[in-house]
Design a protein around this ligand. Structure first.
Ligand code: GLA
Length: 789
């Protein structure tokens, strides 16, 4: 009998202990107080060692109605924490007006996370990056001509401090110190890749403390920039996509104690228009995850679930690689919330490393998916027939000056009769569609930095229209100072054009509500703008689609050119027929049984005005032949034979970034890295990142940089595009061709800096992940005559 009673007590005790574990390790809602601290080696939750298995999910990139589903899916993957950015520009779209409703109600997102047993790591910014428009920085800051973003410029700091005060007001009670799920809060984002001013980080830190944040404040940086801007009073985490040992070595080098955490561990990567779709290397991802699990290192999978960058919020990588709206990121949880093979592999892996009493729930059901049969789109509203009141000015200005942050802007002037002449603008951010009397004559293209074209002869005075489309504000580097629209002077035949009409086209709800649609009969017997629309003129199109039972679907945009699509008033996404994305995710919760309205703005015009819904996304279909820029780069000839290298040397083996000083400062518009051999003896070259240093050893801004010449790029088997070497991200890289062909060494990459620059040295970041291409012997050339156009 006694034995039975003792046995019974033992069971009861085990149950109580496991319930205690369960309660203490999952973020249960309510007054129960938990503590979280940074121990000497571990994170301590309620005084117990706690390994953070975190994954990034952005509330802004998931329909509100689906937040709980995605958070349940994250929990079912085995995560115990989710990490979420706040996007300042989404919350404070107009200066001084904070809007925390709908997709911006991240407080509600945190509450749901807590209810689902997940802790939260909050990343409020003020700068976030994240392939989000401007990295989260509000466009209205750029109304100040010489503002220095992400510095102690008082205009920036005042606005940022006001914003952080507002954030603390909303999230203060959601901190673990107040019974909420928020364990830690990040200050800024990868500041080390931008500057070295520790006082700037210090002021932000203090502003957050003064505002009411009393949990651990931390800072994240990629391993090769972790020293820059480091402060001991901001707990550091390191970001990397591979090779945890190397990443944590860099972390330990600056921060000898404390738990080790990878703040961003990449299972995939984001896509940019015109480049191949990214797929992660799953075996390496799983191996690196397991090594962190084994070594008690914490991590955050960036992205666990990417979702969709709805609306006009997708950013642009530098120098100018606009991001797709799909943010599938080849994440374990797909864009539409489906558990992928990678999800189940991750779940199985985590199941092997659970803490005592910890369990992983089953994945929730996914949302129903539907197909929509093709529907002809017959209503049309040409842009030139739907213009607002004009603003008249002698010299045109950038979009911000007209109090506009997003969308398009039309610049119109009248030019005299005359011979064929060159039209040139100082710059156009981002695409300038040029029309003469309503007929398109060319495109000014920021990707190549070509802002001039030949206007044909005119027998009589003509209307010149430059319709500028602003894609996302660049979200990385000094290039975040990305003012949209036209930069003057605009010259014709060398003479500056003055006397302009400016039409702001913000593509917002108010503009859409004012459009005058007309039914198009395919007899083309309509006035000029409509006929032009039929002939590829810029126009809005509208269709009514009947749906029996709403469900998630992927709008098929393959027969459309370039623009933006809305469904039932929700701005879904940008589209562009060059790919890689060819569909737009339309969440079922934004569709309804019966009539649904689809509106499509097409700037280049449809092949066939038809819309359908598919049951699967198309994320990896490139069509360079459809690009209005016939070549990705102007054709040039390399002139190295007549040039003298400023340096002939050998890099060190391994993945660490290397700072190289030139024997003497060199000046020129072009910088050429010529690879002569690779450490693995193979014919390939790969470069993760190149930064150039000016005469004061300061990093040069990449603004206006383009790739002038590259002898070889792999763009079929993977995205080895040359621009990857100057986009600021080390998780991707330029890689010479290895699929259809394997051209031998030497290999050359020539940067066009846009103007002559004094260069004292450069930073070379080798390919980070295991694999071919790490350069051994090389030469450097600097000069104005390295290529011939
Ligand atoms: C960086 C940023 C993230 C995101 C990733 C790339 O590390 O911190 O916001 O931009 O790169 O997806």
């Amino acid at each position: 009998m006694l034995k039975v009673i003792i046995q019974g007590c033992k069971y009861a005790l085990t149950i109580v202990v496991s319930l205690f574990w369960l309660w203490s390790f999952s973020a249960t809602a309510g007054p129960v107080s938990h503590t979280f601290a940074i121990g000497t080696n571990d994170f301590l939750l309620d005084g117990q060692r706690f390994q953070i298995r975190c994954g990034e999910v952005h509330a802004a990139r998931v329909p509100v109605e689906y937040w709980r589903n995605r958070l349940q899916m994250a929990k079912a993957m085995g995560l115990n924490t989710v990490c979420a950015y706040l996007f300042w520009n989404q919350i404070e779209f107009q200066q001084g007006k904070y809007d925390w409703s709908g997709q911006a109600d991240v407080m509600e997102f945190c509450r749901i996370a807590q209810e689902e047993g997940l802790w939260v790591i909050l990343r409020p910014g003020p700068y976030a990056c994240a392939e989000w428009d401007g990295g989260g920085l509000p466009w209205w800051l750029l109304k100040n001509d010489d503002i220095k973003l992400r510095t102690r410029d008082p205009r920036f700091m005042n606005a940022a401090t006001n914003y952080l005060r507002e954030v603390a007001k909303q999230f203060g009670t959601l901190q673990i110190t107040h019974g909420g799920p928020i364990l830690m809060v990040q200050v800024e984002n990868e500041y080390g890749s931008y500057g070295t001013d520790t006082a700037y980080m210090g002021e932000l830190r203090q502003a957050m403390i003064d505002a009411g944040f009393d949990v651990t404040l931390f800072a994240c940086n990629p391993s090769y920039d972790i020293k820059k801007g480091y402060r001991a009073d901001l707990f550091p985490v390191v970001n990397f996509g591979a090779d945890p040992a190397n990443g944590f070595k860099a972390l330990r080098a600056i921060h000898p104690t404390g738990p080790m955490m990878c703040g961003e561990f990449y299972p995939g990567w984001f896509d940019t228009w015109g480049s191949p779709h990214h797929l992660g290397k799953t075996p390496q991802y799983l191996a690196d995850l397991e090594s962190m699990l084994v070594n008690d290192e914490s991590f955050s999978i960036y992205m666990a679930h990417g979702g969709t960058t709805f609306g006009l919020w997708s950013g642009a990588d530098r120098p100018f690689k606009p991001d797709t709206s799909s943010y599938d990121y080849d994440a374990p949880i797909s864009e539409a919330g489906w558990p992928t093979a990678k999800f189940f592999q991750t779940r199985a892996l985590f199941a092997k490393y659970l803490l005592p009493g910890e369990t992983i729930p089953n994945p929730p059901a996914t949302n129903p998916v539907i197909a929509i049969a093709p529907v002809e789109v017959t209503q049309c509203a040409p842009i030139f027939d739907n213009l607002p009141k004009a603003i008249e000015e002698a010299t045109p200005r950038t979009m911000e000056k007209y109090d506009q942050g997003h969308g398009c802007i039309l610049y119109r002037t009248t030019i005299p009769a005359g011979p064929a002449q060159t039209l040139e603008a100082a710059a156009v951010h981002d695409f300038g569609f040029v029309f003469l009397d309503g007929k398109r004559v060319g495109v000014m293209d920021r990707r190549s930095g070509v802002y001039k074209l030949l206007l044909p002869e005119r027998k009589k005075a003509a209307t010149l229209d430059i319709l500028v489309e602003a894609m996302g504000h660049v979200n990385f580097g000094l290039e975040v100072h990305d003012r949209k629209g036209i930069q003057t002077p605009v010259k014709l035949g060398g003479t500056e054009l003055t006397g302009w009409k400016i039409f702001t086209l913000p593509l917002d709800d108010k503009m859409l509500a004012g459009l005058k649609f007309r039914i198009i009969g395919f007899d083309g017997a309509f006035s000029n703008p409509y006929a032009a629309a039929l002939n590829k003129g810029p126009a809005f199109w509208r269709a009514t689609v009947n749906i029996d039972k709403p469900g998630d679907t992927f709008l098929d945009l393959r027969s459309w050119g370039k623009g933006v699509v809305w469904v039932n008033g929700h701005c879904l996404a940008r589209f562009w027929d060059i790919g890689p994305t060819q569909t737009a995710y339309a969440p079922g919760c934004w569709l309804h049984a019966g009539e649904n309205e689809i509106v499509i703005l097409d700037l280049t015009g449809p092949e066939k005005p038809e819309i359908a819904g598919l049951e699967k996304p198309i994320l990896g279909e490139l069509h360079p032949e459809k690009d209005f820029a016939k070549a990705r780069r102007p054709k040039v000839t390399l002139l190295l034979d007549s040039a003298t290298p400023v340096l002939t040397a050998q890099f060190a083996p391994g993945g660490n970034s290397q700072d190289v000083k030139l024997p003497a400062p060199a000046t020129g518009r072009y910088f050429c890295l010529e690879s002569l051999s690779a450490f693995d003896g193979q014919p390939f070259t790969a470069v993760a990142e190149l930064n150039l240093l000016d005469a004061d050893d300061k990093r040069l801004s990449h603004e206006g940089w383009t790739i002038a010449y590259v002898d070889s790029e792999e763009r079929d088997k993977e995205d080895g595009t040359a621009e990857n070497a100057i986009d600021g991200q080390t998780a991707n890289y330029w890689h010479t061709q290895w699929g259809a062909a394997q051209p031998p060494q030497p290999h050359q990459l020539v940067l066009d800096l846009g103007k002559s620059q004094a260069i004292s040295g450069f930073e070379y970041v080798p390919r980070q992940s295991e694999g071919a291409g790490r350069i051994k012997d090389y030469r450097i050339y600097v000069g104005d005559n390295l290529i011939q156009k």
